[in-house]
Design a protein around this ligand. Sequence first.
Ligand SMILES: NC(=O)c1ccc[n+]([C@@H]2O[C@H](COP(=O)([O-])OP(=O)(O)OC[C@H]3O[C@@H](n4cnc5c(N)ncnc54)[C@H](OP(=O)(O)O)[C@@H]3O)[C@@H](O)[C@H]2O)c1
Length: 265
Amino acid sequence: MIDLKDKVIWITGASSGIGEALCVEFSKHNARLILSARREEELKRVASLINLPDLDIMILPFDLSDTKSASGLAAQIINKFGRIDMLINNGGYSQRAEAIDTPVEIDRQLMEVNYFSYVALTKAVLPYMKRQKYGHIIVISSIAGKFGFYLRSSYSAAKHALHGFFESLRLETEKFGIKTLIVCPGKIKTNVSLNAITASGLPHNKMDKSHENAMSSEECAKIIIKAILTNKEEVNIGGKEILMVKIKQYFPKLFRKLIRKQSPY
Ligand SMILES: NC(=O)c1ccc[n+]([C@@H]2O[C@H](COP(=O)([O-])OP(=O)(O)OC[C@H]3O[C@@H](n4cnc5c(N)ncnc54)[C@H](OP(=O)(O)O)[C@@H]3O)[C@@H](O)[C@H]2O)c1
């Protein structure tokens, strides 16, 4: 069992939803936290909720699409804490648009934020983790990383890409004591549907029906932490929707029927 006390944990997407809930849960374990997202005021709000001493918390705002800043950001964390034990690649946004209507620029933006930023931040922390002979990379994918879905073409593509990259990385870096956990949430009640990008580039701005009564971000965060503590390599989290992952694997014909009947919202 891993002890989270004093672990230095960098969380992206810490200003809302699953990232915010993870900050709260990790603080209960007396971890040392670096909170990242674009909105500094929201990061400060989350920091005030968790009430860690200044020595144990850092607010590090940045835009995930600025992948070139990754190594400089990691260096700032090393300056303050001397090490980075965990990176939680969580920040990102979803999509609510048909592929036929979506300009390629939006497809690229979705890949940049939901895939390339995860790769860039991970590459920025790996040299420190290798030197420490310890590290844990946590990747928030989705069940959309397991199968394509209506209105999610590039979001789903980015999440699928995460599996290819991080499953390979896991094999290559475990010899350095570095672990990789891939998390596949189904429906979790956060602002994800409100912030999802549409074909016009504007946010969808609606709480989807399927998210209204979904699992809470607090419960999701607790399950993620349990998966970290027990060294899981992959975990699916959510309600009955996560059964679709197993149905696709074991009953592909049935899956093909069921997936067509799902509402995109
Ligand atoms: N909720 C679900 O049902 C669900 C299901 C499957 C997977 N997921 C995944 O879970 C992760 C967290 O999403 P959530 O559900 O917690 O949604 P959320 O409440 O909308 O939170 C998204 C977070 O990502 C940050 N973010 C978005 N774009 C960013 C950018 N360009 N640069 C920096 N930070 C950015 C946001 O902060 P700022 O706006 O302050 O930048 C916010 O903190 C995402 O990777 C999402 O794909 C969620």
